[in-house]
Design a protein around this ligand. Structure first.
Ligand SMILES: Nc1ncnc2c1ncn2[C@@H]1O[C@H](COP(=O)(O)OP(=O)(O)OP(=O)(O)O)[C@@H](O)[C@H]1O
Ligand SMILES: [Mg+2]
Length: 380
């Protein structure tokens, strides 16, 4: 089958066939590696809502660091045991690169070399510092360096991230070739940086909030991916497909994937695009909206439905009026939804949906919502 292989990658953390609209950010990060120890971009945090491409950004900067500067990278996620795992990874890279270094890597501190992690307390910070310092020193001898990426950072891991930051700061002070790239949901990152225990060093990180992609860029990428995979598409159909993504990176892959599936010949027809867009919206609902809503309390959901009545960001005061509740009652739910990454602040006293097409989804699925009348009359 000539067109069997679908080039699109609609799944979490999967590198897209074309990384749309992030070139400047990747360049900026690469420049910081070129600039040497002390360059501010060597400590970077990417934030943004689910599906915006944070994990993919971490992959992209690591790949660029590798191809342009031969830097190695260690990828981790901010879950318990983070520091041990970094230490273990560093120690095993070191061991691979120079087997004789094994004895001096502090492997027992890192919990490998026969010592189980459960045997007594592991001196985290010391173990990880030791392992990273040795690895960085070794890499420098070969003219390269080390990038550590940590995905899904949030306030719940403030202690470990604080320790990691202290280690990295120490290595930066020693002018080591090391960089740290972090990623997390906006609210999780804000809470982390606001946590009293977190190091000032982390607060000074360069922060980039990833957002929607320009539709023109999406069009170009869809065309390139489709053509490279052996099909063609008219300008008109391409425009319709790109528009349907709303510039949301996950949706770019979903639309591309579903449109590709719907097509049968060498030319992707407008019918295939229209059917593909419907299927992509449905996938988005199942994978993103329904999953996000499922964990919410009835009041959280009512809050969102009250928001969905506005075509633009909602004033918290209006939401309170629609729910027939006090401002302080509404503030509790507002905080919960911010934390869950479903809504975002949109200027003073206003909130907006953080997930693309969630407003549309709620409007199309009004079940379980408050009665349609009443609140409207309360509105100014
Ligand atoms: N710049 C981009 N251009 C095209 N597709 C992208 C881009 N960034 C991400 N994607 C695609 O979007 C989807 C989501 O990407 P990714 O998993 O990196 O998001 P995320 O922000 O880490 O989400 P989560 O918060 O759920 O972890 C993937 O299918 C990925 O291929
Ligand atoms: Mg991710």
């Amino acid at each position: 089958m000539a067109h069997a292989r679908n080039p699109f990658k609609p799944s979490a953390g999967a590198n897209p066939p074309e990384l749309v609209g992030r070139e400047a950010l990747v360049d900026e990060f690469a420049e910081s590696i070129g600039s040497g120890p002390g360059a501010p971009g060597r400590l970077t945090i990417f934030t943004g809502p689910r599906g915006v491409g944070k994990t993919v950004m971490l992959n992209a900067v690591a790949e660029r660091a590798q191809t342009e500067y031969q830097w190695l990278s260690i990828h981790e996620t901010a879950t318990p045991g983070l520091l041990e795992r970094i230490a273990i990874q560093a120690a095993s890279i070191l061991e691979e690169r120079s087997p004789s270094a094994r004895k001096i890597t502090g492997v027992t501190l890192a919990g490998i070399g026969g010592v189980s992690l459960s045997e007594g307390p592991v001196p985290h910070e010391l173990g990880v510092r030791h392992a990273l310092a040795q690895l960085a020193a070794q890499l420098e001898e070969h003219g390269t360096g080390l990038l550590v990426t940590i995905d899904e950072i949030h306030a719940g891991r403030a202690d470990e991230l604080k320790q990691l930051a202290a280690v990295v700061q120490h290595l930066v002070r020693e002018e080591r070739e090391i960089a740290l790239a972090l990623a997390g949901l906006p609210q999780g990152v804000s809470a982390l940086l606001a946590a009293e225990s977190v190091a000032t060093f982390l607060r000074r990180a360069e922060r980039h909030s990833l957002g929607a992609l320009a539709i023109g860029d999406v069009m170009a990428a869809l065309r390139k991916t489709i053509e490279e995979a052996g099909r063609t598409i008219s300008e008109d159909s391409l425009g319709a497909a790109a528009q349907a993504t709303g510039g949301y990176p996950f949706m770019v892959q979903l639309v591309g994937y579903q449109v590709w599936r719907q097509a049968s010949g060498a030319v992707i027809t407008r019918e295939a695009v229209d059917a593909g867009v419907v299927a992509a919206r449905r996938r988005l609902e199942v994978l993103v909206h329904e999953t996000a809503l499922k964990d919410l309390s009835p009041v959280d959901q009512e809050f969102l439905r009250a928001m969905a009545r506005d075509p633009i960001p909602s004033r918290t005061a209006d939401i309170a009026a629609r729910l027939g509740q006090s401002a302080s009652y509404v503030a509790v739910y507002r905080a919960r939804l911010l934390k869950a990454g479903l809504i975002k602040e949109a200027g003073r006293g206003a909130v907006d949906f953080a997930l693309p097409f969630l407003r549309e989804y709620l409007r199309e699925h009004p079940e379980g919502g408050p009665p349609e009348d009443g609140a409207g009359a309360v509105r100014r």
